[in-house]
Design a protein around this ligand. Structure first.
Ligand SMILES: [Zn+2]
Ligand SMILES: [Zn+2]
Length: 430
C-alpha cells in the first residue's frame, strides 16, 4: 500500500472541508467558495481561471439575475472573500486550474462540484456540523450532498500533484464546477472549450448509498433530464363583482399540473415527470393573475426525455388556451446520460484496493438520478477521450439533501489518494 498523504495533511483537509461546509453556497452563488478555491490553487502555482472565463455563457442555465446575485456577492465579501478574485469572476462562479508540465504526455481533467443544496441545516446536538461548530452560516444553503468534501478532495489532490510536479508529464486540469444541483452548470463548462484537449476525464461522488471503505468503480443508468419553469400570466379582477373580466392563471397552473401527471409512460424505457412547485394567487377575493410551476422531466435516453418534454409542452400550451392566459417557459437545467468507459472502470476497480482505507470494490452503481457531469463526459468522449464517474463510499448520517446529512470524513483522504493513484497510473500508460 502506498501512503499518499500523512496524518497532518489529512487533518488540514478535514479542517478545509469544515470551512467550506460553514460557507455553503447554492448554485451560481458560490462566490466565497470560488474565491477561496482560486486563492489556494494560485498559491500552489497553478494557472487559475474563474467564472466567466470557464463557461459558455449561452448555455448557463438556472442562474439568478445579476440583480438577485448581488447580495450573495456582498455576503461573500462580508465573510472575507478576496476582492480580486470576486472581480475576476465577472459575476459567474467556478474555477479551473491548469498545470502544464511542458513534457509530452496525456491531458487529464478532474472534476469536483462545489455548490450546496437549498436546505436549511439542522441545528441540534444530534447533527455533528452543529455540535462541532461548523454548520452553515448561510440561510437555506447547506452542503447536504457532500460537495464540500468534493472540493476538499480536489484541493488536496492539487496540492499533492503540485508537490510531485517533477514526476508528472502532460497537463492536469482541475475543474471546480458551479451549480451542479439542478443540473445547471455542467453544460456551460462542457461547452466552453476548456475540456477540448482532454484525453482522460475523472469524476467522483461521495456517499450515494455506498458505505465507508467501498468504492463503486463506475455508475450506470443516468437519467436524462430537463428542468423548466412555466409562468402563466392572466388578468386579475374582482372575484365577486367582475369574475368574467379575469383570466385565471391559478386554474391554468392547476389544470396543467394534473394533466402533466397524466402523460403516459413509454414502452421503450423509464420516464419521469414531477411538478415540484406551484405558486399562484394574491388574495381570497382576487382572480389570480399569475402562476408559476417548477417542473422536471426525465428519461432513460435523450429520446425518452424528449418525448416527455414534448408532451409536457403540449399540456402547458393546452392549459393556457383553456383559461385564456399567456405563458412563458424557461429552461432551468438539463443533463444527458453518460456511460463510463470500461477501460477506466477497470482501472478504478484495479487500483482501489491499493488505497489505505479501501476494503471493498462495490458493483458499478445504478444511479437512477441525474448528474450534469454527463455533459463533460460526453464532450471528452466525443473527441476520442475516455471518461469515468465513480463513487467514493462514505457512511452518511442521513440521505442526500436531508438537513441531517453528514459524511464520514475519512472519505477525504481516501478520495485524494485514489485520484492521485489514478493520475499516476494513467501517466504511466501515456
Ligand atoms: Zn445533490
Ligand atoms: Zn451531489
Amino acid at each position: 500500500m502506498t501512503a499518499w498523504l500523512d496524518g497532518e495533511a489529512v487533518h488540514r483537509l478535514v479542517e478545509l472541508r469544515r470551512e467550506l461546509h460553514a460557507h455553503a453556497e447554492t448554485g451560481w452563488t458560490e462566490f466565497w467558495t470560488t474565491a477561496r478555491i482560486a486563492g489556494i490553487l494560485d498559491g500552489l502555482g497553478y494557472n487559475v481561471a474563474v467564472g466567466r472565463d470557464i463557461l459558455d455563457l449561452d448555455t448557463v442555465m438556472g442562474r439568478p439575475s445579476d440583480e438577485d446575485l448581488a447580495p450573495f456577492r456582498e455576503r461573500a465579501l462580508g465573510q472575507g472573500a478576496d476582492q480580486g478574485w470576486i472581480g475576476r469572476m465577472g459575476g459567474y462562479t467556478g474555477a479551473l486550474a491548469t498545470m502544464d508540465t511542458g513534457r509530452p504526455g496525456p491531458v487529464i481533467a478532474l472534476r469536483f462540484d462545489i455548490d450546496a443544496v437549498d436546505v436549511a441545516e439542522a441545528r441540534d446536538e444530534r447533527h455533528r456540523p452543529f455540535r462541532e461548530g461548523f454548520a452553515s452560516l448561510n440561510e437555506n444553503a447547506m452542503h447536504a450532498c457532500g460537495h464540500d468534501a468534493h472540493a476538499a478532495i480536489g484541493l488536496g489532490l492539487a496540492e499533492l500533484l503540485s508537490r510531485r510536479r517533477d514526476e508528472l508529464a502532460g497537463a492536469i486540469k482541475f475543474v471546480f464546477q458551479p451549480a451542479e444541483e439542478g443540473v445547471r452548470g455542467g453544460k456551460a463548462v462542457a461547452g466552453s472549450g476548456v475540456l477540448d484537449d482532454v484525453d482522460f476525464f475523472l469524476a467522483a461522488h461521495v456517499g450515494m448509498g455506498v458505505p465507508s471503505g467501498a468504492v463503486a468503480p463506475g455508475c450506470k443508468d443516468f437519467l436524462c433530464t430537463t428542468k423548466f419553469d412555466v409562468v402563466y400570466r392572466g388578468r386579475s379582477a374582482h372575484a365577486g363583482g367582475a369574475p368574467n373580466e379575469g383570466r385565471n392563471a391559478l386554474l391554468a397552473g392547476a389544470s396543467a399540473s394534473l394533466a402533466l401527471a397524466g402523460i403516459p409512460p413509454h414502452k421503450q424505457g423509464a420516464t419521469r415527470l414531477n411538478v415540484g412547485v406551484m405558486q399562484a394567487g394574491t388574495g381570497r377575493n382576487v382572480v389570480p393573475a399569475r402562476a408559476v410551476l417548477k417542473v422536471e422531466t426525465r428519461g432513460q435516453t435523450p429520446d425518452l426525455d424528449d418525448y416527455v418534454y414534448a408532451r409536457a409542452m403540449e399540456v402547458v400550451a393546452g392549459a393556457a388556451t383553456m383559461y385564456g392566459v399567456e405563458y412563458d417557459v424557461a429552461k432551468m437545467g438539463e443533463a444527458v446520460d453518460a456511460v463510463s468507459d470500461g477501460e477506466l472502470v477497470e482501472l478504478v476497480a484495479d487500483r482501489a484496493l491499493s488505497i489505505p482505507g479501501v476494503t471493498t470494490v462495490a458493483p458499478v452503481l445504478s444511479l437512477g438520478g441525474s448528474e450534469d457531469v454527463s455533459w463533460m463526459m460526453r464532450a471528452v468522449q466525443g473527441r476520442g477521450g475516455k471518461a469515468v464517474y465513480f463513487v467514493l463510499g462514505s457512511d452518511i448520517a442521513a440521505g442526500h439533501h436531508n438537513e441531517y446529512f453528514d459524511i464520514d470524513e475519512g472519505v477525504i483522504g481516501t478520495g485524494v489518494s485514489l485520484f492521485a493513484d489514478l493520475v499516476f497510473s494513467l501517466q504511466r500508460r501515456g
